[in-house]
Design a protein around this ligand. Structure first.
Ligand SMILES: Nc1ncnc2c1ncn2[C@@H]1O[C@H](COP(=O)(O)OP(=O)(O)O)[C@@H](O)[C@H]1O
Ligand SMILES: [Mg+2]
Length: 245
């Protein structure tokens, strides 16, 4: 993997005396679908936060698409094409679904494209993204009126509005029904088929196995496995620490 899109080396993150991430390294190839799994509290979201810049790691470095990310604030990482969805969706509550889409289109996507879009282009792109996630008929709704699955679709569409090279989906399926999980899974596969690399953090193993070309397992902040999914889930350490629960 000489041309990794994402290169994480030796990332360590401490909260006071507690080590949430311990010397974590991993790579992601362009277009790859990576599953990141591990028990609650194993450091998955902390890793996402260190990658996206909402937390500053204490040691180690992150390189994305040929750029050193260390020291860059979240919005600059977004400008480079790194997008994440939050485990708890964070829409702008006072704005309609449509207006929620406008923000990343007006700012992050504009910087990525190198020019501001016209009103008409923003409108078209918003409609296109809402169609992609099947939210067209809810464009005028407020986020608070959305069902949980629609809220998660909005969260993903907002991340996609920035036209990222990498999307990190942090538990985008938690709490959903089987059919809804399939919906989100299909959506992530569609995005990946457009060339976007995806890191999927998920507990629903059926979805993880259907999605992932590679699996990384975190336990207590340490990476204990990284490889072909079918082999990783048979790994004794992985079964003992996570899957056997
Ligand atoms: N901002 C924070 N301050 C203190 N401890 C935190 C903070 N964020 C996460 N932690 C702790 O770090 C550990 C890993 O959390 P997290 O990354 O959210 O785990 P996961 O996403 O794998 O469930 C947990 O023990 C959590 O309580
Ligand atoms: Mg988490």
């Amino acid at each position: 993997m000489s041309q990794a899109l994402l290169h994480v080396s030796g990332v360590t993150k401490r909260f006071g005396g507690f080590t949430a991430l311990n010397d974590v390294s991993l790579q992601l190839a362009p277009g790859e679908r990576l599953g990141l799994i591990g028990p609650n509290g194993s450091g998955k979201s902390t890793l996402v936060n260190c990658l996206s810049g909402t937390l500053v790691n204490d040691a180690g470095s992150v390189e994305f698409d040929g750029h050193k990310l260390d020291g860059l604030p979240p919005h600059k990482r977004a400008y480079l094409g790194l997008a994440r969805s939050f485990q708890l969706p964070r829409p702008f509550g006072s704005m309609s679904v449509r207006d929620n889409m406008r923000i990343p289109l007006m700012y992050t996507a504009a910087v990525r494209a190198g020019h501001q879009r016209s009103e008409k282009e923003i409108r078209e792109r918003t409609d296109e993204l809402l169609r992609m996630v099947s939210l067209s008929d809810k464009a005028d709704a407020r986020p608070v009126d959305l069902t949980q699955v629609d809220m998660r679709k909005l969260e993903l569409a907002r991340a996609m509005a920035a036209e990222p090279k990498l999307l990190i989906a942090d538990e985008a399926m938690a709490g959903l029904s089987n059919a809804e999980v399939d919906d989100i899974l299909k959506l992530l596969m569609t995005l990946n088929s457009k060339g976007i690399s995806i890191i999927m953090i998920e507990h629903i193993m059926k979805a993880v196995m259907a999605f992932s070309q590679r699996l990384v397992v975190l336990v207590s902040g340490t990476k204990i496995a990284d490889g072909v999914p079918a082999e990783v889930i048979r790994n004794d350490d992985v079964v003992r620490a996570y899957l056997g629960q």
